[in-house]
Design a binder for this molecule. Structure first.
Ligand SMILES: [Zn+2]
Ligand SMILES: [Zn+2]
Length: 221
């Protein structure tokens, strides 16, 4: 065993807001509480995002744009950005499941993103304590961001602004969004943070909105 000097651990992940400010890691982990929750949230969100990206693979005029009649070049019948992202997603999830399985002496799950994410979700704490926790969190954050950029704009959540919650007395680093669901969608509309556990159904939107705007006005001074 190598003996290492014990220093207060800092979160190894990259933070979008105020990136120079060091964040204390949660006890025994290499991620701050916000990034720890964010890691779990990404693994929970990726299977649904994967399905939405899959829906974008044939270019039906949603993202690639409709065919212009009489134009010399026909648009491609598929969406290359969606294809690139699907292969990146599969590559990264396979890499991560293999890393966890090899180091923990386990068998990898079937190579399907929903199975891989469900399996990885059971190892969230272990990943958050791994020396590469920051890079892993960054990889998943990038996949989630790229997925939102590829999927149909009508299905994308509305951007509300920076999250103003605190996690263990530290300001949350996340971004608030609202998903607006239509009739027939299996999940209800929701305001959520991409980092902390904040989640509000529509009955809470009015009161939350007033509180949120007042708080932002107070911060802006
Ligand atoms: Zn962090
Ligand atoms: Zn938050």
């Amino acid at each position: 065993m190598t003996r290492r000097a014990v220093a207060p651990a800092l979160c190894l992940a990259t933070h979008r807001h105020d990136p120079e400010r060091p964040r204390q890691a949660a006890p025994g982990l290499n991620l701050c509480p916000g990034c720890h929750v964010g890691l779990a949230r990404h693994l929970a969100d990726l299977p649904g995002l994967h399905d939405d990206v899959l829906d974008q693979l044939p270019a039906n005029g949603t993202v690639a744009g409709p065919a212009v009649s009489g134009s010399p070049g026909q648009p491609l019948p598929y969406n290359p950005a969606a294809g690139d992202l699907l292969s990146q997603l599969r590559h990264d999830l396979t890499w991560l499941t293999r890393l966890v399985a090899e180091q923990r002496g386990l068998t990898t799950p079937p190579p399907r993103p929903p199975d891989q994410c469900a399996w990885l979700s059971r190892h969230t704490d272990w990943i958050a304590a791994h020396p590469d926790a920051g890079a892993i969190k960054g990889t998943l954050t990038e996949l989630v961001g790229r997925a939102w950029a590829v999927i149909d704009p009508a299905r994308r959540p509305l951007l509300i602004g920076p999250c103003l919650e605190t996690i263990d007395d530290q300001p949350c680093d996340g971004t608030l969004r609202a998903t607006v669901r239509r009739d027939g969608d299996p999940t209800p509309s929701e305001i959520y943070c991409d980092t902390c556990p904040l989640s509000l159904d529509t009955t809470q939107w009015h009161r939350f909105g007033k509180r949120y705007l007042a708080e932002r006005a107070r911060i802006a001074g």
